[in-house]
Ligand binder design. Sequence first.
Ligand code: CAA
Length: 394
Amino acid sequence: MIFDLTEEQLAVKEAARDFAQRVLKPGVIERDTHMTYPKDEVRQMAELGFLGMMASPEYGGGGMDTLSYVLAMEEISKVDSSCSVIMSVNNSLVCWGLETYGNAEQKQKYLPKLTTGEWIGAFCLSEPEAGSDATSQRTTAVDMGDYYLLNGTKNWITNGGTSKVHLVMAQTHPEKGHHGINALIVETDWPGVSVGKKEDKLGIRGSDTHTIMYTDVKVPKANRIGDDGFGFKFAMKTLAGGRIGIAAQALGIAGGAYELAVAYSKERTAFGKPISQHQAIAFKLADMATEIEAAKLMVYRAAWMKDQGMDYASASAMAKLYASEVAMKHTVEAVQIHGGYGFVKEYHVERLMRDAKITQIYEGTSEIQRIVISRGILNGELYLPVLGGAVESH
Ligand code: CAA
C-alpha cells in the first residue's frame, strides 16, 4: 500500500497552501464580518487553475485527478471555506457534472468559460419544500416542443448571486415521480431568471447563498442534460462526487483548527508551563490528530476510488459524514484550547467552528449520508472491507 503523494499532488497542495495563507488569510475575518463576496480572490483562484481542476485540458481544465482537487480544497478550507465552497460547487457539481453527462455541444459551449472562471456555475436542486427529500421537486419544466417552460423557486443556492450558468433540476412528467425530472442548463441573463435575497448565514459568510426564481423561462431542448427523465440520476451521481469535495472542505476546517490549536498551546503558558504540556490539553491534541488522520484516510480513499472508476457513492457519503462530524467536534475543541481568545474573531477558530456546521448540512445532511450508507450496506453495493480484499460474510 502506497500512501505517498506524487510530485504533482504535492505541488498542488503546496500551491493551494501558499495561496490560502498568503492571499486569503489577511482579509478573511473582514469578509466574514461584512459578508463580502471574495471577488478578487475568486479571480485569483481562477488564474491558478483552481476552478476547473478535474476538467479536461481541451475545455480549459487542469486534467487533474480527484485527489489533487481534494488536496487543494483541504488547504484552502483551512483558511477560508467561503472560497472553498465556491470552488467546490464550480468544480465537482457544475464542471464535473457537465463534462461527464453533457453532450459535445454543451461541453464546448459552457465548459471553457466555467473552468477558467470567466463564468461561475451553480447547482440548483434544493427548494423551499424539497431539501433532503430531493425527489419532491416542485419546479416544473413543461415540454413545449423545442423548448421547456421553466417555473419555480430554488433556495440555498451557493454562487446564487454571481453565477452565469445554473444546472437546474425540474419536474417534466409529475406522474413519473423522480423518473420525470430533467436537468437543464440555464443562463442567468435569460428573461425570467431572478435572484432573490442573499442569506445572512452562521458560517461561510463570504459565499453568496441566494433564493432563485424562474418565471416562464424558455430553456432550449438542446440544454437538457442526458435523456428525458435523467435529471434525478444526474443530480445523485453528481452529488456523490460533490460530497468528496465537501468532505475535503470539512477535513481542511478540522486541520486548520488543529494547526492553530497546536501553535497556540505551545505559546500560551499557564501554571508555569506551555498549556500543551498539561495533559488536559495534550490529550485533546492527541484526539484531534488521530481523528483528523482517520478522516483524511476516508476522504483520500473516496477520491482514489472515484479515480479508479469504482462505485464511490457509499465511500463519499462515509467520508463526508465522518469528516464533517470530526470538523464540528474538533473546531469546538480548538475554541476550548484557546480559552477566552477562542471566543473572539481575531484568533480564527470561532469562524472555523461556525463554518464547520454547514458541512454537516449541505450536499446532503449527516442523516442523508447515513441513508446512503445504510442502503449501500443493505443492497450489498457497499465496498465492505476498509483495506484489503473481499471479506466473507458469516
Ligand atoms: N447514483 C445513481 N442513482 C442513484 C444514486 C446514485 N448515487 N442514488 C440514488 N439513485 C437513484 C436510485 O437508484 C433511484 O433510481 P430508480 O428508482 O431508477 O432505482 C432514484 O435515484 C431514487 O432513489 P431513492 O429511491 O433512494 O430516493 P429517495 O427519495 O428514497 O432518497 C436520497 C434518495 C438519497 C435521500 C436523495 O433524495 C438525496 O440524496 N437527498 C439529499 C439531497 C441533497 O444532497 N441535496 C443537496 C443540495 S445541493 C447543495 O447543497 C449544493 C450547494 O449549493 C453547496
